[in-house]
Design a protein around this ligand. Sequence first.
Ligand SMILES: [Zn+2]
Length: 165
Amino acid sequence: MRAITESEIRTSFINCSKGEAKRLGLPRDLAEQPWAELDFLGWQDQGAPGRAYLVTERGDRWAGVALRVTSGGGRGFTARSMCSLCLTTRTGGSVALMTARRTGEAGRQGNTVGQYLCGDLACSLYLRGRKVSAGGRLVEETLTLEEKVARLHANLNAFLDKITE
Ligand SMILES: [Zn+2]
């Protein structure tokens, strides 16, 4: 993805209020992100436990999604969960159920979309073997990296579609 600035992040959110977007905590190391290896920028809000965010390019626009972490670790230590974006399987709650408020009227009525996602939202780096987490492994498969990246984008777009449809 292209490098994104703080002000671009704050104006990218599709499912939270402008006030919320203005106040949310940004990644501290924004300038040092490995942009060429990121399909989306994802982070947990260090100042607000249980809040996480992801920003990606959609067409020629940025799309930011505010997420609530609704579980993680509650399913027992040995339970394995699979991230719906990068398909990494992990134990010990490091894949978390996150929910996004839907846009428009559905969102005003309190409708949300839930997905299991890597808790640190570093899917792009797991996919490229740049980050390894204890207890985590990618499903054994013969796809090339390009095919896996394309699948991650398709999964992410499907998630965004569910939020905005
Ligand atoms: Zn993931």
